[in-house]
Design a protein around this ligand. Structure first.
Ligand code: TXA
Ligand code: MG
Length: 344
């Protein structure tokens, strides 16, 4: 069975981590909170242990994992070179929601971590529990999001339990994660550097520090035969009922609900709190209209909540593509399989 330990993030209590550290040292996996989403970690140099992550999640083995580190100094042990752009990004955004893809040193990290690529994605999380764990363990931790493959990433320990109960020995419960969307993945091995997955560190923020970076639109990513971030090709973040995007406009959404009701559908609406008055069968709030931080924080919990209803269709309102909005729209379009509700 899976045990769950509450860790008080305001107390610097090394005892909190000892059980997790012991399990990790024994080659087990442990779920822990970060500032983005919960991760499912294993020691990144132990291939047997890393394979347990793929097994528990049901994750395809060609999708590489992010390596989490607790100190700046250790990075050079895992990569061939820290380029000037990489150094600038580390100084500016670590600890924080930025994964930097660099050329991996051969033969150091477990082969399953990089899934056969010559590069590795590394990040230093900005969460007291994640940092406390990493700094006590003093080893790199490979960790994808701690959900079943294809499901929305977990922003609460309860979400991890829903997906992985009985499959992993321990969850460190550090409460609700702050940002709610996975880290930005930036490849600095290409010129200009390329955002492979948008996140909390936006294109605009990166360009202030290292100049031009590219950020493909979702349709561009779909057209690529071999996506650079292998994870981006799989279905993601999807609840059981089909998700349709709908324009952020009260009248449009109201009409959509009306039409779907006439067709006999049970409708769950995910939208700004102001949309609660519309007559959907279930309503989950994204927070205040236009507040991208609230939408990020609520998105995955709202998608997951739909699975506990009898909804046959889910409508999710869109947001602007600016700043963190790009990350929100990226996840929403994936959850919806790029389906839009058409009022005609
Ligand atoms: O915020 C996050 O990044 C969370 C927390 C736990 O740190 N982790 C996370 O991991 O979202 P995961 O495995 O769910 O997503 C990792 C993404 C995938 O899209 C993967 O393909 C990409 O990063 N990735 C990892 N290593 C890569 C590499 N060497 N080159 C290109 N993409 C890579
Ligand atoms: Mg994931």
């Amino acid at each position: 069975k899976t045990s769950c330990i509450s860790v008080d993030i305001n107390v610097d209590d090394m005892e909190n981590y000892s059980q997790a550290v012991d399990l990790l040292n024994e080659g087990e996996v442990v779920a822990f909170p970060t500032e983005t989403v919960y991760g499912l970690g294993a020691v990144a140099t132990n291939d047997e242990a890393v394979k347990k992550i793929f097994a528990a999640k049901g994750r395809p083995s060609d999708n590489p994992l992010i390596v989490h580190i607790g100190t700046f100094e250790e990075v050079s042990s895992y990569v061939e070179e820290i380029s000037e752009n990489a150094r600038k990004c580390m100084d500016q955004f670590w600890p924080g929601p930025l994964t930097i893809v660099m050329k991996a040193k051969e033969g150091i990290l477990a082969p399953s971590v990089t899934a056969g690529l010559s590069t590795v994605g590394i990040r230093m999380p900005d969460h007291p529990v994640a940092l406390g764990l990493l700094q006590t363990l003093k080893k790199p931790v490979a960790a994808p999001s701690a959900n079943k493959s294809g499901k929305p990433s977990p922003t609460k320990a309860k979400h991890v339990e829903e997906d992985l109960d009985g499959l992993i020995p321990l969850i460190l419960d550090g409460g609700t994660t702050g940002i709610g969307l996975e880290s930005t993945v930036l490849d600095v091995t290409v010129n200009p550097p390329a955002i492979l997955r948008p996140g909390g560190v936006t294109k605009e923020m990166l360009e202030e520090v290292i100049g031009e970076v590219t950020q493909p639109t979702l349709s561009e990513q779909d057209r690529k035969e071999t996506p650079k971030a292998p994870g981006m090709k799989y279905t993601h973040y999807a609840p059981n009922a089909p998700v349709y995007l709908v324009e952020l406009d009260k009248e449009t959404v109201g009409n959509a609900i009306h039409k779907l009701h006439q067709a006999g559908e049970v409708v769950a609406l995910l939208g700004p709190s102001e949309y609660k008055e519309l007559k959907s069968d279930h309503f989950f709030s994204f927070g205040h209209e236009g507040n991208v931080d609230e939408i990020s924080a609520n998105l995955y919990d709202s998608l997951r909540a739909c699975d506990k209803t009898n909804a046959t269709i889910i409508l999710a309102t869109t947001t602007s593509n600016e700043g963190v909005g790009a990350a929100i729209m990226n996840r929403l379009e994936k959850a919806a399989g790029r389906k839009w509700f058409q009022n005609d």
